[in-house]
Design a binder for this molecule. Structure first.
Ligand SMILES: [Zn+2]
Length: 108
């Protein structure tokens, strides 16, 4: 993902609306690119800050963003593991089908 692309999907990230591939690329880029991390921080502060100003509760926003980044990494990890599990399951089902066909041939 380029900086331009990252900038474009920041609102999607903040809305928790990125698919697994985009989320992975996004997190990798934010991790390596200071400018985009700053941009993310700004957008997060603006977005959350505005809704929080009314509640008079804007102090911990930076911590909250850090927390949210951690959560996103966890979510990504879980999603990737789930995908791997599904592939494995698919493989097993496919294998079971093959075994069944072979058994049918042997028995009939
Ligand atoms: Zn960047």
């Amino acid at each position: 993902m380029t900086c331009k692309e990252v900038e474009k999907v920041i609102p999607l990230f903040l809305a928790d609306d990125l698919d697994t591939d985009d989320l992975r690329e996004f997190l990798v880029h934010i991790d390596e690119c200071e400018e985009c991390e700053e941009e993310l921080t700004i957008q997060f502060l603006v977005l959350e800050g505005l809704s929080r100003l009314e509640a008079g509760n804007v102090f911990d926003l930076k911590n909250e963003l850090d927390f949210r980044m951690g959560e996103a990494e966890h979510a990504l990890w879980r999603r990737e593991n789930m995908q791997r599990f599904l592939y494995l399951l698919e493989g097993l089902v496919g294998l079971a089908g093959v075994v069944l066909i072979v058994l049918l041939f042997v028995l009939l």
